[in-house]
Design a binder for this molecule. Structure first.
Ligand code: SF4
Length: 707
């Protein structure tokens, strides 16, 4: 009420939390973040006028007193405290320095490693939270300035197995359809491994509205997530055995002649291989392996096969497994067998996590396996094109994936790391092992908005800007590139990733002469065919464009594969999925299976949301869900503290007794540093994508008898 509204500014931008890509107006006064309000519905294609609790109220972190405001350099034998300077009171062990000094230290640190050991002793992690333009510059910095092939990002840990599977089956590693015109218009859904209500709230509202209007939904999940309450049928699955029930559905559909013969004949290949591979997955075998009763398998198979338009929605419950790519292949096969790709109201919908994981975590080439736009980094013509634009030829070999980078850092083969907006000290599996790797580094630079658990290990910490403080674009889960606009200045001396990277590149004699993020996007449009028409002026005018958008005449592509799939012959491929077992099975010492996931009020490692009082009020600490029968067997009561132990470590958290989880299965959320679930998770990785198996770990729960 004491706000002078005449001095309040309104800026239309895109949400910085999840990949639904809600658009809204941010209200600021000077550099205070005041509120978020719905924008005009026609400017908000993914959300109309809706936002969720995080998108609307989760912004105390922007003005939080703990925002990093000055660069910091660790005091060490190598970099002792200069005479007359003092240690930071706020960050003991560090001293505050000027940007010039900080960037000189960074440049010298990386140059020393490069000249003594070579560029591949360096690794960079980009962020899926920053803009496309910033992510593009991080990979350009890695490849053209440092000359390293080791560039990756946190998408490795969430949907890399989806990307690997969809590239093999349909061509692009992305959601094939739109939120409003397709997902919200389906006749039926198969939803699996997605806690849609809590992870993608606005998108789940669309689905629930459609279910109220008569659509059907079949939810398969080890945990009875909220969306299952609205489903036609919920089937509880055994964690880690998803290929069994997915292949079982496909087998049932083929055996009962419910498959789409003309679609299979005209638009796909390798059907016979698929038929053979799924043959052993009889209903009885599916029940034995995955715990799904034959009648539930039959109901879902018939419902999916008989509906005209089916959307297959999934998230990390499918992807984060040692055989995550096989899970996603099995899903894609099922969608193709039923002819549900390439038409309105149907499709493959991996619900992406971070606000810009599709763009910054994939399209922009922050990947060790491909250049921006998923272009082949061994193709001489592609390399020529980048060399012409950059003046430097990018490395033509695949680099290390995130887990491999940590492994090699532990062995001393990666000596320097540049972490931009990531928090691997909490997000890696088996974090005690991951932090040993961070400690083993000779030189670690962390660029972030807070002193994160990872920054505590850094030699140099660079204060960065967050989304209302910068300009550029995000790409949402439906491939829609949308504008992000600056509403306020970053606090203190914090700078945007783009500013920092340009300054840093200059210290290596690379003249990055960009006046604005629009200039960076222009460069992207010249190099990345699927972004060919994504100039900022066009995005401003159209309010967002879905890729592929080939040039400045092209309107973008609303849903993919209407005419042909993204292969030379235009045909989709059935790639039969192999059944794999979890990397760890329960035994006498660790008899329970733990799975992990999200809650509505928090975000990833909680760096942002744990600072928002209103959100902490709802869920203020970590917990473990136990089924009533499991709890009774263990003598655990609701609300008491218990110790959860795996082979890697243990945590103490509150018990929540609930039948959301089945007997023998427990669930721990991923958002807390105290009671961090990744103290328990295991380091088994999917061989194709490198994604860790966060969703299955064997644990023991011991009652502590304290409330
Ligand atoms: Fe932001 Fe996602 Fe919530 Fe929309 S649903 S407001 S994009 S967090």
């Amino acid at each position: 009420s004491d706000v002078q509204w005449s001095r309040v500014d309104k800026t239309e931008t895109t949400c910085g939390y999840c990949a639904v890509g809600c658009r809204f107006d941010v209200y600021t006064k000077d550099d205070d973040f005041l509120a978020v309000q719905p924008t005009e519905a026609e400017n908000a294609p993914a959300n109309d006028f809706s936002t969720c609790v995080k998108g609307k109220f989760g912004y105390e972190f922007v003005d939080d007193e703990a925002r990093l405001e000055k660069p910091l350099v660790r005091i060490s034998d190598e970099r002792p405290l200069p005479a007359g300077q003092k240690e930071s009171e706020e960050y003991p062990g560090f001293r505050e320095v000027s940007w010039d000094e900080a960037l000189d230290v960074v440049a010298e640190g990386f140059q020393d490693i490069r000249s003594e050991t070579g560029p591949d002793a360096l690794a960079c992690f980009a962020s899926s939270k920053g803009t496309n333009e910033e992510a593009y510059l991080v990979q350009k910095f890695a490849r053209s300035v440092l000359g390293t092939k080791n560039i990756d990002n946190c998408a490795r840990l969430c949907h890399s197995s989806t990307v690997a599977a969809l590239q093999q089956t349909v061509g692009y590693g992305a959601m094939t359809n739109r939120i409003n015109e397709d997902v919200a218009e389906a006749d039926a859904y198969l939803i699996t491994g997605s806690n849609t209500t809590e992870s993608h709230p606005v998108l789940s509202t669309r689905i629930k509205q459609n279910l109220r209007d008569g659509a059907e939904a079949y939810v398969f999940d080890p945990r009875k997530v909220e969306i299952a309450e609205h489903a036609t049928q919920y089937a509880r699955t055994r964690p880690g055995y998803d290929v069994a029930w997915l292949n079982g559905l496909t087998r049932y559909i083929i055996e009962h002649d419910l498959h789409d013969r003309s679609f299979i004949e005209e638009r796909t290949k390798n059907f016979e291989e698929l038929r053979e591979k799924v043959d052993p997955f009889t209903p009885e075998e599916v029940e034995r392996l995955a715990g799904v009763p034959p009648e539930e398998l039959e109901t879902a198979a018939r419902g999916i096969a008989e509906a005209d338009k089916v959307v297959f929605g999934w998230a990390m419950g499918m992807t984060q497994h040692a055989h995550g790519t096989q899970n996603c292949l099995a899903l894609a096969n099922l969608a193709l067998v039923t002819g549900n790709v390439g038409k309105q109201g149907a499709g493959l919908s991996p619900f992406r996590g971070q606000n810009n994981v599709q763009g910054g975590g994939g399209d922009m080439g922050t990947l060790p396996t491909s250049l921006p736009g998923y272009q082949d980094l061994t193709d001489p013509e592609v390399l020529d094109k980048f060399e012409d634009e950059w003046g430097v030829r990018p490395p033509d070999e695949e680099g290390l994936k995130v887990p491999e980078t940590f492994e090699e850092a532990g062995k001393g083969n990666i000596e320097g790391m540049y972490v931009v907006g990531e928090n691997p000290a909490l997000s890696e599996p088996d974090i005690d092992h991951a932090t040993e790797s961070l400690e083993a580094l000779d030189f670690l630079v962390v660029q972030d908005i807070f002193m994160t658990e990872t920054a505590e290990f850094a030699d140099v910490v660079l204060p960065a800007a967050t989304f209302p403080e910068k300009d550029g674009t995000f790409t949402n889960t439906e491939r829609r590139v949308q504008r992000v606009r600056k509403a306020m200045d970053a606090p203190g001396e914090a700078r945007t990733d783009m500013d920092i990277l340009c300054d840093l590149a200059g210290r290596f004699d690379h003249d990055w002469d960009y006046d604005s993020s629009s200039d960076v996007m222009d460069e992207i449009t010249r190099l990345v065919p699927i972004y060919g028409g994504m100039q900022h002026e066009r995005l401003d005018e159209k309010g967002g464009i879905q890729w592929p958008c080939w040039d400045d005449e092209h309107e973008g592509t609303d849903f993919l594969y209407e005419e042909e799939f993204n292969f030379d012959d235009g045909l989709a491929r059935f790639v039969p999925a192999d059944m794999g077992k979890p990397g760890e099975l329960p035994d006498e010492e660790f008899p329970l299976t733990m799975t992990s996931g999200r809650v509505l009020y928090h975000w990833h490692t909680g760096t942002l949301t744990r600072r928002v009082e209103g959100l902490m009020h709802h869920v203020g600490e970590s917990f473990v869900e136990l089924n009533p029968t499991t709890a009774e067997t263990l003598g655990v009561s609701d609300g008491e503290y218990v110790r959860v132990t795996s082979k890697r470590g243990d945590i103490v958290v509150k018990a929540e007794v609930t039948d959301r989880v089945g007997e023998g299965v427990v669930f721990v959320p991923m958002h807390f540093a105290a009671g961090a679930v990744n103290k328990l998770t295991q380091e088994h990785f999917d061989p194709q994508s490198g994604i860790p198996e966060y969703k299955v770990a064997s644990v023991r729960v011991d009652a502590l008898g304290t409330d």
